[in-house]
Write a protein that binds this ligand. Structure first.
Ligand code: URA
Length: 230
């Protein structure tokens, strides 16, 4: 992989920060000062300012995202971010997005391969949302949501829909399009007033208050990785 990506992966700096280190001549590969075009493999010895850089251990964080925090590493408007909130020593990034006003389960990791897989619609990761809406959706509305709603980027895939209270629904989706739940509910005439993701890939917020996080256990990571899971 490219040297800047390797350094970012090792948690030394962002890719851009790593480029600056390389340009400044502070990075060597097998004892030679490296350039921006240098590629490295596992057997290469990479050093920054003379200190060896090893691969960063893989890390998996489950955050109970509170409202008012954006799901990016940096926000141009200076709003607080989930990455800043977690403040992990390793360079974890969010797996997918939740809107700033959405609460609930969000995974963050530095395992790019697993993150990519979890976000791919082919793997059909279950995402369960509790949705408070305006008005009281009737049975026809629930059927439309379950069978698929026509949105401007195409019809939504079949979903599981349950009415928990007259204005509170539970939706289980496999897709993860932008603002999908809000757009689906707006399409059936019941705009969302509150959105909470109660579960992602079978992981819930149990024991975590808003803003709290924990590392996944080895068993939980293995379950996410298992073929065909979750
Ligand atoms: N759907 C939305 O509309 N917003 C979210 O944050 C997640 C799913």
């Amino acid at each position: 992989m490219r040297l800047n990506a390797y350094l970012a992966r090792a948690g030394i700096a962002s890719r851009r920060g790593a480029e600056e280190l390389i340009r400044a001549g502070r990075v060597t590969v097998n004892g030679e000062v490296a350039g921006l075009a240098t590629f490295v493999e596992g057997k290469d010895r990479v050093e920054v300012d003379g200190a060896e850089v090893g691969p960063e251990p893989l890390t998996y964080v489950l955050l109970h995202k509170p409202a008012g925090v954006v799901t990016t590493a940096r926000d141009p408007h200076g709003r607080p971010t989930v990455v800043g909130l977690v403040g992990h020593e390793r360079r974890v990034v969010p797996v997918g997005r939740l809107d700033a006003d959405t609460t609930g389960v969000l995974l963050l990791t530095n395992d790019g391969a697993l993150a990519h897989r979890l976000m791919h619609p082919r793997y059909e990761v279950d995402k369960v949302y509790e949705v408070v809406v305006e008005g009281e959706p009737d049975d026809d509305d629930l059927t439309r949501l379950a069978e698929g709603v026509e949105l401007d980027d195409g019809k939504t895939a079949p979903a599981l829909v349950r009415r928990l209270e007259p204005s509170l629904l539970e939706l289980t989706l496999h897709e993860g399009r932008k603002h999908q739940v809000k757009r689906m509910l707006a399409a059936v005439g019941h705009p969302v007033t509150r959105l909470h993701r109660s579960s992602y890939a079978g992981l819930g917020t149990d024991g975590l208050g808003p803003g709290e996080w924990r590392e996944l256990s080895a068993e939980e990571v293995a379950a996410l990785r298992a073929p065909g899971a979750p």
